[in-house]
Design a protein around this ligand. Structure first.
Ligand code: EPU
Length: 430
């Protein structure tokens, strides 16, 4: 087992370079299933979710090679199965993209129900509604495997999403790329990774218009050719470092990013009193000049404040004076980290979708666990600010989404180490 050991109190200063976007990579890699030639994907983050989706494609017959730290070569021509039903598939949320990609290629997909972080119910009814509108029916096998099939090539249709869903928008896009005729997705999600997936598919010869707006039109094509493509920077990794810098009252240049993707986070950091300078591909965050203030945050689909930065921003708000209110408007149950922060001295009460933070109490070190990926990032931020030595366990969640977290934070001046420990040690805590 591994854990992070953080000696808190160091102020973050310097420069950090952001890796490729996890949530783009985990869609673009399965999208290669639709391609008729090999592809090379650059700026791939070196994180466990990416390794997992790569191994799943390998199990299905694709050739997947890491050419260097951030480049993946994928040859999908030998894929010989429409089934993805091994344990690997259950280990991640984004395995649901195999449904759309395999349906597009084989007109059939048998895929385990996806796993991933637990925020309460994570339905995929809108994905299935989209596939059904294109002529595919589905059944649930043994309560664990979704079997979706259509007798022939999928047919384009108009699909209105009842909820703005990132996954459903991307999955329907994948299924529609090689369908007959035109598919229109209305009330589509607009996240940067949706635009990235559309750009990737269009570079291969797909005809997708309107990605990044709430209406996406996809005209089906017969053939997709191989390309080299570079994935966008990770908006949430960048937002996480920006929160960490502000929480420690540091000054850091966050590089290799698209500032436009970070506008909602930048606006909130400015509101609480950080000085922010935007450059073409970098943002300078300076939280050292004056005391920071409270604020309220409501998470929303893009371009609103991202739910995936909510736990990190909430932790930052614990360090400022005054009462802040968070309204988690995307997921039902994304406050599991609150009990861990409370152990570190934070004053937070949760009422349904609201978290009320009484800020300004000094955080103190405690043994805490990462209850999910972003909650884990929040624990690391709390550890950086806390007095004493914080130990964060269950870091496998964090490593699903953050490349070289320890190295990047250490370069900024943090005192954080990854250490090995055994189960017996863990049971002492329980
Ligand atoms: N929803 C439905 N039906 C559906 C799909 C979604 O009701 O068929 C609801 C969900 O229950 C939720 C809301 O719609 O309340 C939004 O869910 P969405 O489908 O947008 O989420 P997702 O595609 O499962 C992705 C990211 C999450 C991120 C959300 C929201 C990936 C692999 N995951 O999940 O990222 O929180 O969008 O932005 O892209 C993370 O990176 O830590 C993470 C959890």
């Amino acid at each position: 087992m591994e854990k992070y050991v953080i000696n808190g109190g160091n102020v973050l200063n310097g420069e950090v370079s952001i890796s490729g976007a996890k949530n783009a990579a985990v869609a673009i890699i399965p999208a290669v299933i639709l391609c008729d030639e090999p592809c090379r994907i650059e700026n791939i983050p070196n994180i466990s979710d990416v390794s997992l989706i790569g191994r799943i494609l390998q199990e299905m017959g694709a050739e997947v090679k890491r050419e260097n730290k951030s480049t993946l070569y994928i040859d999908p021509r030998k894929i010989n199965s429409y089934c993805a039903t091994t344990d690997l598939v259950r280990g991640m949320r984004a395995s649901y993209y195999l449904l759309g990609a395999l349906l597009g290629r084989c007109h059939r997909a048998k895929v385990c129900l996806p796993g991933g972080c637990n925020f309460g119910a994570r339905p995929i009814d809108q994905h299935l509604k989209g596939f059904a509108a294109m002529g595919a029916r589905h059944e649930l096998v043994n309560g664990a495997i979704i079997d979706v099939r259509s007798e022939s090539r999928l047919r384009g249709n108009n699909i209105y999403l009842d909820v703005v869903s990132v996954g459903a928008t991307m999955n329907i896009m994948l299924a529609a790329v090689k369908a007959e005729g035109q598919t229109i997705i209305e009330n589509a999600a607009k996240e940067p990774h949706i635009v990235d997936l559309a750009n990737f598919l269009n570079s291969m010869g797909a005809q997708i218009r309107g990605a990044g707006t709430d209406t996406i039109k996809i005209r089906g094509v017969d053939y997709l050719h191989g390309i080299t493509y570079s994935i966008i920077p990770d908006q949430i990794e960048a937002g996480t470092y920006m929160c960490a810098v502000a929480a420690t009252r540091g000054k850091v240049l966050v590089k290799n990013i698209t500032p436009k993707h970070l506008e909602s986070i930048t606006a909130k950091l400015r509101e609480i009193g950080c000085e922010i300078k935007e450059y073409d591909e970098a943002i300078f965050v300076d939280a050292s000049k004056r005391p920071l203030n409270r604020c309220n945050v409501k998470t929303m689909p893009h371009p609103g404040f991202p739910t995936d930065c909510q736990p990190q921003f909430a932790t930052l708000l614990c360090t400022v004076m005054g009462t802040s209110i968070i309204n988690e408007n995307v997921w039902d149950n994304r406050y599991q980290y609150v009990s861990e922060l409370t152990m570190m001295g934070a004053h937070i009460s949760v009422e349904g979708r609201l978290a009320i933070i009484e800020g300004g109490n000094k955080l103190t070190a405690a043994p805490v666990k990462a209850t999910d990926l972003r909650a884990g990032a929040a624990m690391v931020i709390a550890g950086l600010c806390a007095e004493g030595t914080t130990e964060v366990t269950s870091i496998q969640y964090i490593e699903r989404g953050y490349e070289n977290l320890v190295e990047k934070l250490t370069a900024l001046g943090a005192d954080i180490k990854k250490v090995y420990y055994d189960e017996a040690d863990r049971s002492l805590r329980a």
